[in-house]
Ligand binder design. Structure first.
Ligand SMILES: [Fe+2]
Length: 256
């Protein structure tokens, strides 16, 4: 491959399939070649670039308890060329074959909707932003297939602990945060999307830059119908009433 480094598949496979984890995921460092990640990071649009779309900061007239300060570019015409080339390689058959090997999911495919995929592109979070803990959308709203694998890449060159922006991994019944994945430069997180693969980014203190792709499975035994994310409360959540009021509405949105 042109942009992705040679990966230690056996090591990645063993970590991804570690039965001690609440759901299957793996963190891979030095994912892109040095030159690619440098170019990717440098070509990343500025905060005020007109191509960003902003996620909603209020929701049904209330404070948006689910997500705040988030922006994205999901349209291939608006992505910087280097970002598009990397995403195209992530969607290539060569990379899908690697994912099949790691996950054992033989029927895995890339998402062809809107050329690069329904949930693909780059995402940014502003200082003070957050994305509450959730399970991703399960069903592709346009193709009807299962969204089964999510890949998130981190490209903040100067990231330090005080910037926060950890991706938290929670257990099935939302009683415990099991892991905090630091958004280290040139790292990716690949996880299996299940009903309870709970994750989120509850605290961001500095501009946080990521890229994203998803992979699909066409399975006949798939009965789930949810095309949007499901947000879930952490044990210390104070605003329980507002959560309960808004979470069902959020889950049933049809703005895709
Ligand atoms: Fe997510």
């Amino acid at each position: 491959m042109k942009y992705i480094n040679n990966l230690n598949i056996e090591k990645i496979k063993s970590s991804f399939n570690d039965p001690k984890k609440p759901y299957r995921y793996v963190v891979i460092d030095d994912f892109l070649t040095t030159e690619t990640c440098r170019k990717f990071s440098e070509s990343y649009p500025d905060i005020d670039d007109k191509n960003w779309y902003r996620f909603r900061d209020t929701f049904h007239g209330e404070d948006n308890v689910f997500e705040k300060g988030m922006m994205g570019i999901s349209n291939k015409e608006q992505l910087p060329p280097m970002c598009l080339e990397v995403i195209n390689e992530l969607n290539s058959q060569n990379f899908i074959n690697i994912l099949k090997n790691i996950t054992g999911l033989e029927g895995l495919t890339n998402d062809t909707h809107n050329d690069i995929g329904q949930w693909a592109g780059i995402r940014a979070m502003l200082p003070g932003a957050y994305q509450s803990i959730h399970s991703d959308a399960r069903k592709h709203p346009h193709l009807g297939t299962e969204k089964r694998i999510t890949l998130v890449g981190y490209v903040n060159k100067e990231w330090t602990e005080k910037d926060s922006g950890y991706t938290e991994v929670w257990n099935d019944n939302m009683t415990e945060c099991i892991d905090k994945v630091a958004p280290k430069y040139n790292r990716v997180l690949i996880f299996e999307n299940t009903e309870k693969s709970y994750h989120g980014v509850p605290e961001v203190k500095n501009y946080r830059k990521t890229f994203l792709t998803s992979y699909l499975l066409d399975t006949k035994t798939f009965n789930e119908t949810r095309p949007k994310a499901r947000f879930v409360k952490r044990p210390n959540e104070k605003n329980v009433k507002l959560w309960d009021k808004l979470s069902k509405i959020r889950e049933n949105l049809n703005d895709y």
